[in-house]
Design a protein around this ligand. Structure first.
Ligand SMILES: [Zn+2]
Length: 285
């Protein structure tokens, strides 16, 4: 073997060791749980990740935007998303999930099993079939573990009511608990269903509340806020959106209760880190 060949082999060997070391350092660094509320314009998308484990709740409306966002959070060699949750089949929640299904291996999908006549929903079902993705119905009592955290679904109940005209009414709602911290994740859950939630005897208290339905006035009543008693409220909303979200009514309710308002249209992505060594989560931006 020539001397030059040996040098090449040596250089390749060094490069290989470098890549291995870099991935070990990367995965070590990512041993903490992270919860990110992506700025996807008008829509919702939340990533919960720990190391190479990911749960993606909704994907906004644009495949391009969500693929860029998760591409920065998931290392390039990890092409698998362990679980995808679609809170309800509206375009601003499932539109971006189509691109995620095309570009990643999605192991499992949980949705509320409601049908929708939109083109996005037709493609969503098509991709589930084509990729042979396991699809489960999310309902109250279901628990999903990721690292030291647990996501419990409170709503909808096992038997769906007939809400055929209002797709928001069956939005999956649940609580992500990590030590002393809790996030209430709500999709587009409306005020008219709050009573069902209150009667369910769940502990819905949470220090961080993802405001339902982008701050629409038909969500987030005073009673809802009193029962949850959050310190921070995240509003996932598009800049100058045509719905006028978030509504003045909801902003006033939050201000009156001195709840800190965090908006994706003003702050971009909003991220929390739940360090493995700590029993709570901290906002990191
Ligand atoms: Zn929505």
């Amino acid at each position: 073997m020539s001397k030059r060949k040996l040098i090449y082999i040596f250089i390749f060997f060094l490069l290989f060791i470098n890549i291995v070391l870099a991935s070990i350092i990367f995965s070590f660094d990512n041993n903490d749980l992270e919860v990110v509320f992506f700025d996807v314009g008008q829509g919702d998308s939340i990533l919960i990740k720990k190391g190479s484990d990911q749960i993606l709740i909704d994907g906004g409306s644009s495949s391009q935007i969500i693929l860029e966002k998760i591409g920065k959070k998931i290392p390039f060699w990890d092409r698998k998303i362990e679980l995808m949750i679609a809170t309800h089949p509206d375009h601003d929640h499932i539109g971006g999930l189509l691109g995620v299904m095309k570009n990643y291996k999605v192991e499992k999908i949980i949705d509320n099993s409601r049908e929708n006549e939109s083109e996005a929903f037709r493609k969503y079902l098509e991709l589930i079939n084509e990729k042979n993705i396991e699809r489960l119905r999310g309902e109250s009592g279901m628990n999903i573990k990721i690292g030291k955290a647990n996501f419990e679904i409170f709503y909808p109940q096992a038997i769906l009511e007939n809400n055929s005209k209002d797709s928001n009414a069956d939005s999956i709602l649940g609580k992500l608990k990590y030590g002393k911290s809790a996030f209430l994740l709500t999709g587009d859950f409306p005020t008219k269903k709050e009573e069902v939630l209150f009667e369910g005897n769940f502990d819905i208290s949470a220090d961080i509340l993802k405001i339902p339905h982008h701050g629409s006035k038909y969500s987030t009543s005073d009673e809802f806020l009193e029962k949850i008693n959050p310190k921070e409220a995240i509003i996932s909303v598009g800049d100058k959106n045509r719905y006028g979200h978030p509504s003045i009514e909801v902003l006033e309710r939050l201000k009156n209760k001195k709840i800190e308002i965090l908006r994706t249209d003003q702050m971009g992505d909003i991220a929390y880190k739940c360090k493995n060594s700590l029993e709570y989560c901290e906002k990191i931006n």
